[in-house]
Ligand binder design. Structure first.
Ligand code: ARG
Length: 337
């Protein structure tokens, strides 16, 4: 598994596309602090939690790989635009592993245009050792990709994305895989062409299903729909109006109420980041140390909780699933449909 790093994390330059998936309050902070580093003490505390996660995983027999720190304040340019970076904390957002193939996501945020670079040394090594390594058409990220003057859809109206269908874009974390079936959602970073690109690229060996969830600000599916193990599906209590057909014989449970206190900074996500757990085997779940309700859910489902402090990391926009990417797992490739 790859575990991300939070070193040198920066707020990206402000634009509509960055603001779209955030709450009003989060937008205010991102606008104010655009281009600035995240608070040093918060980075240090999150760094420490990532170290603990890495050693817990290693103790569990997982081979852990980490990227090297980079400078996210350095600016770079595309055709008619300029940006600085974000962080390398969430490898799940950008690396999609399907069988022996690793796909670099064509991300829609300009601040993440070079996100894969952090992982290139690892990707080259996997390639040398036999992995297939793919990068979809490199997105241009010019103004045509973004809806001019975008505003939130009014309450109760269908989701209105900040991105257009100018070119395929997706984040890897808008997809979640069960064997040969991959579930994906349109979001503020994933468009219809992005989903279709993946579907055609993977061909007949995999089925890509588009799901529509009840998420007002969708970006990344892994705090909404989380298959934990064959037969066990964890869902957000309100975001999954209809459980996809594949899961009809599965036991479906709603995530327990989050226990993250109100004052705790969450710069980019909702408190439902509590359901962003990491399964390291069908019966072993990495779960936040203070999250007793999620630990109880695991226990009552025959899953052993493995505790790790991660609240400081949560502030940066993810939890255990986001912070990691499992490159290789033992077991057979199953078909659940
Ligand atoms: N959008 C989700 C929420 O706010 C968080 C998803 C985070 N996932 C990730 N891979 N970074 O509830």
């Amino acid at each position: 598994m790859i575990v991300g790093i939070v070193d040198n994390a920066h707020f990206p330059p402000w634009d509509l596309a960055v603001g779209a998936p955030l709450s009003e309050e989060q937008r205010r902070v991102f606008r104010q602090r655009a281009g600035q580093p995240f608070p040093a003490e918060e980075v240090a505390a999150a760094h420490d939690e990532l170290e603990q996660l890495s050693s817990i995983l290693a103790d569990e027999g997982v081979e852990v790989r980490r990227p090297e720190p980079r400078d996210h304040a350095a600016s770079y340019a595309g055709l008619g635009w300029e940006s600085t970076g974000l962080y390398d904390a969430m490898p799940r957002d950008l690396l999609l592993v399907v069988g022996d193939e690793i796909i670099e996501a064509p991300m829609a945020w300009r601040s993440r245009h070079h996100a894969a670079s952090a992982y290139r040394p690892l990707l080259k090594d996997y390639f040398r050792r036999g992995a297939r390594w793919t990068s979809p058409p490199k997105p241009e990220l010019i103004d045509e990709l973004y809806v001019d003057g975008w505003t939130d859809q009014p309450d109760g109206e269908p989701f209105r994305s900040v991105i257009t269908e100018y070119e395929p874009t997706f984040d890897a974390a808008d997809f979640i895989r069960c064997g040969r079936d991959i579930f994906g959602q349109r979001s503020h970073v994933t468009n219809g062409m992005g989903i279709e690109w993946l579907r055609r690229h993977l061909g007949d060996h995999y089925r890509v299903h588009e799901v529509t969830l009840a998420d007002d600000h969708p970006m990344h599916i892994d705090a909404s729909l989380m298959p934990l193990a064959p037969g066990k599906l964890l869902i957000h209590p309100d975001r999954v109006p209809e459980v996809p057909e594949l899961f009809k014989d599965w036991e479906v449970r709603s995530a327990p109420q989050p226990v993250i206190p109100d004052g705790h900074p969450l710069y980019m996500t909702s408190k439902w980041i509590n359901m962003n757990v990491l399964m390291i085997a069908e019966d072993r779940m990495v779960v936040e140390e203070q999250d007793r309700p999620m630990q109880e859910l695991a226990e009552s489902w025959g899953i052993t909780p493995i505790l790790c402090p991660f609240r400081n990391f949560n502030s940066f926009g993810g939890s255990f699933h986001c912070a990691t990417v499992d490159v290789r797992r033992r077991g057979e490739l199953r078909s659940y449909l």
